[in-house]
Ligand binder design. Structure first.
Ligand code: SAM
Length: 180
């Protein structure tokens, strides 16, 4: 489930490169990507991490307490789409968003981020698993449900005139999206 060391360190580098001060991590699991990105935030930066599973959310929060960067992380337990709507209603926006939760909801995360102005005007969205073990190259009838969802997501992003994107063949595929 972890994004892994190379991707975690890549995300951390992106935080440094973009000087992001607010980050949204959609799909926290045990907190590896969240903590990697939080390490690059300035002391007054913050990261909101969404996780639906209370067990792993508690597990991650214990780990965050062992890091000097853990205080920058706020965990929201619940379905990510509900959390996104709550954050949008409170007029939050984020300089960097990492999408890594339910593959079948990726399109909804993406559209909610743009439609509800959760992405800062100069913000970036990074999306994990956009190659999905190569399934995006298969004919549709040979893909799993997640493979089909990711192929559809890639096509939605490519055809959305509000953004431009590049898919890096890093690990399982990492797409970087920016608003035009
Ligand atoms: C691939 S793991 C995330 C790994 C993490 N980003 C990392 O790099 O360490 C996906 C996580 O998303 C969570 N998840 C799945 N569906 C979700 C949803 N609808 N809302 C919030 N979290 C969800 C899962 O419980 C799981 O912990």
């Amino acid at each position: 489930m972890l994004s892994g060391h190379v991707e975690g360190q890549t995300l951390k580098m992106f935080v440094h490169m973009t000087c992001a001060k607010s980050i949204l991590d959609i799909g926290m699991f045990t907190g590896y990507s969240a903590l990697a990105m939080a390490e690059a935030l300035p002391a007054d930066g913050h990261l909101v991490a969404c996780e639906v599973d209370p067990y792993v959310a508690n597990f991650a929060q214990d780990l965050f307490q062992g890091s000097r960067h853990g205080a920058k992380i706020q965990v929201k337990v619940g379905a990510a789409l509900d959390t996104l709507r709550t954050l949008a209603n409170a007029q939050h926006s984020f300089d960097l968003v990492f999408i890594d939760a339910d593959k079948t909801e990726y399109v909804q995360y993406f559209q909610t981020l743009l439609d509800c102005n959760l992405l800062s005007p100069q913000g970036f969205i990074c999306v994990d698993n956009t190659l999905l073990q190569g399934q995006v190259y298969l004919p549709p009838e040979e893909r799993s449900a997640n493979g089909q969802a990711i192929a559809h997501f890639n096509s939605v992003v490519a055809n959305d005139s509000r953004v431009e994107q590049v898919l890096l063949p890093l690990r399982d595929g990492l797409t970087i999206i920016r608003r035009l």
